[in-house]
Design a protein around this ligand. Structure first.
Ligand code: E4P
Length: 219
């Protein structure tokens, strides 16, 4: 499973990239607004920090303007992945861009049928929003499972990018169901490392080690 971080915060992206476990970044207009930075500038900076795909979202609602915005965004760097909404205009844009070899992430996916459309439009990634699905009384994991089944049935190459992840259990369940990618807020990625028994075990080992009076040579 690939790990993307869902943020436009440079310090967080650097911290995650330093772990060596980061495969890409997703942003959206809300995250850009939260960063308080210029969209083009911050996207360029993020693209320089990771080798993998960096999703940058168009904000137009019509196909023609989406194409113009995508044209500007894809010039930022080779690893820009254009994010488009799951609408008719968004999927028209997806089809056109992916036919030209540009990576596209189709966002705001809330049903398996929408995911089927995204795959038919040649999307590189489809982003089912698990957390928002759950928040509204639906089952986000059922959605991931349905999309996996449908994509397997037809050998679609579109990668399932589990998005709107709220906690480590969402990551675990997405991995069990075969999502290709999980995009997570930095706090959720950090949460994956944690286990109370790891902390307790480490504390015990260090205490016992100190009793030996020994040290491991470091040079
Ligand atoms: C994904 O690409 C989106 O940016 C993100 O996961 C949305 O998450 P939210 O529902 O926490 O805003």
């Amino acid at each position: 499973m690939k790990f993307f971080v869902d943020t436009a915060d440079i310090a967080d992206i650097k911290e995650m990239a330093d772990t060596g476990l980061l495969d890409g970044v997703t942003t959206n207009p809300s995250l850009i607004a939260k960063s308080g930075r210029d969209f083009m500038e911050v996207t360029r900076e993020i693209c320089g920090l990771v080798d993998g795909p960096v999703s940058a979202e168009v904000v137009a609602l019509d196909h023609e303007t989406m194409m113009k915005e995508a044209e500007t965004l894809r010039k930022i760097a080779d690893n820009v992945c254009i994010k488009v909404p799951l609408t008719i205009d968004g999927l028209k844009t997806c089809k056109k861009l992916t036919s030209d070899g540009t990576m596209v992430n189709v966002t705001l996916c809330f049903s398996a049928n929408q995911a089927l459309l995204a795959a038919k439009a040649g999307a590189t990634f489809v982003s089912p929003f698990i957390g928002r699905h759950d928040d509204n009384g639906f089952d986000g994991m059922e959605l991931i499972g349905d999309i996996r089944l449908i994509y397997n049935n037809y050998d679609f190459e579109t990668e399932i990018l589990a998005a709107s992840i709220r906690n480590p259990v969402h990551v675990l369940q997405s991995a069990r169901l075969g999502a290709d990618v999980a995009t997570m807020p930095p706090a959720v990625i950090k949460g994956l490392f944690k286990h109370v028994l790891t902390d307790k075990g480490l504390e015990g080992f260090i205490k016992d080690w100190e009793k030996t009076g020994q040290s491991i040579p470091t040079s």
